[in-house]
Design a protein around this ligand. Structure first.
Ligand SMILES: NC(=O)c1ccc[n+]([C@@H]2O[C@H](COP(=O)([O-])OP(=O)(O)OC[C@H]3O[C@@H](n4cnc5c(N)ncnc54)[C@H](OP(=O)(O)O)[C@@H]3O)[C@@H](O)[C@H]2O)c1
Length: 346
């Protein structure tokens, strides 16, 4: 196992506005509709915010944890922005992801919405999580400096526990950051009961949650309520880490959970020769189209280390929603097979 994988696993272990919003910092705020308006990707409203997002975003964890070299990141992100990307998601603890993004595309800040997360990277590395108001506000400042910007569009609490959420101090920190113009919107990134609480409490503009063919809990637990609350919904791990790629248990520990689930789910489209298909009816196409068609979903932040990937995936998604019977068979299989402990995976 590489050092990067181990860092990611350590993180996983430790994790448990409205349309009338007025722009606090005036001209420095962005309205990056240009790229998404080219028609390359379907556009969706992001809850009650003023954002219209392309359905395929970019997840910044892989470029950090997999140690992608900065030149490749620059090529990858600029090519994706040219092709219609307008949502870039990262976090304070994805190794050097924020710095790489800052160096690669800070000069095009008006072309995209920038989302980050806080709560894990503390001033002294190895100290663990810090959900105090002071710690979170400092974390956001560090993120702005690494991302080379004066504000982000959205900051998420990075998968803090239900207990931390209930204490409320961490939410107050984000509300203060919003008031100060460091972020335009605030969200919760996480899963299962903590995500449910975050949606119920009504204090967040968005929910970032795991949703894919191997992780379907949010479809009933959080999404219907998120719609009624007018929240933007970001799907993390939306392609289920493409675990059909592995004939045997993957070395990457982070991918093992979904790989094991897939062995039980045995979807036809992700088994045998069908798993090798590369078009919109192959496993990658079906997986992303399934995630994208769930109600309330605004954007899928697929992670990648490969410059050509974003455009490939945009093409797969352009096939649109799955036929109703295909979606229904994926839901049916999940309901038949999912065990009680198959809750949302961080
Ligand atoms: N707690 C949290 O807040 C949290 C937790 C997890 C993730 N996230 C966010 O969600 C983002 C996405 O999550 P993720 O990267 O873990 O999962 P993911 O997007 O489901 O999977 C990414 C993996 O799928 C591969 N892939 C992408 N497109 C493919 C295709 N068409 N065919 C085959 N393989 C393909 C990528 O490999 P290649 O490099 O070969 O493209 C990469 O290994 C993260 O980057 C992060 O921003 C947040």
């Amino acid at each position: 196992m590489s050092r990067n994988q181990s860092t990611r696993r350590d993180f996983l272990k430790s994790s448990a506005a409205t349309a009338a919003f007025t722009l606090a910092a005036g001209s420095t705020m962005t309205s990056p509709l240009r790229a998404a308006d080219t028609g390359a990707v379907e556009k969706r409203r992001f809850g009650k915010t003023d954002m219209t997002v392309g359905v395929l975003g970019f997840g910044g964890a892989e470029i950090g944890f997999e140690g992608t070299d900065p030149q490749t990141v620059t090529k990858l992100l600029n090519a994706a922005l040219d092709a219609g990307l307008n949502v870039v998601d990262t976090a304070e603890c994805y190794a050097d992801s924020e710095e790489k993004i800052g160096k690669a595309i800070a000069g095009r800040r008006k072309d995209f919405y920038l989302f980050t997360k806080c709560g894990h990277a503390v001033e002294t590395p190895g100290q663990g999580e810090d959900w105090s108001k002071k710690g979170l506000l400092r974390s956001i400042e560090r993120s702005l400096s690494r991302l080379n910007t004066d504000h982000v569009d959205l900051v998420h609490l990075h998968s803090c526990s239900l207990d931390e959420l209930k204490k409320g101090e961490c939410i107050e920190a984000l509300e203060q950051a919003k008031k100060e113009g460091k972020t335009r919107y605030i969200g919760y990134s996480g899963d299962s009961q903590a995500a449910r609480y975050a949606v119920e409490c009504g204090r967040f503009d968005s929910l970032q949650t795991s949703l894919n063919i191997c992780d379907q809990e949010p479809i009933e637990l959080t999404l219907p309520l998120a719609v009624t609350k007018g929240m933007g919904v970001i799907c993390k791990r939306p392609i289920a880490n493409a675990v059909w790629r592995y004939e045997t248990q993957p070395d990457n520990g982070y991918h093992v959970g979904y790989w094991k689930r897939l062995q039980d789910l045995k979807y036809d489209f992700a088994s045998g020769d069908a798993a090798k298909k590369q078009d919109a009816n192959g496993p990658a196409g079906i997986a992303m189209r399934f995630t994208a068609m769930q109600p309330a979903v605004s954007v899928l932040i697929v992670g990648t280390t490969k410059p050509e990937r974003w455009k490939q995936n945009a093409e797969l998604l352009s096939a649109g929603p799955l036929p109703k019977e295909v979606e229904a068979s994926i839901r049916k299989r999940w309901k038949e097979v999912a065990k009680a402990d198959w809750i949302g995976q961080t």
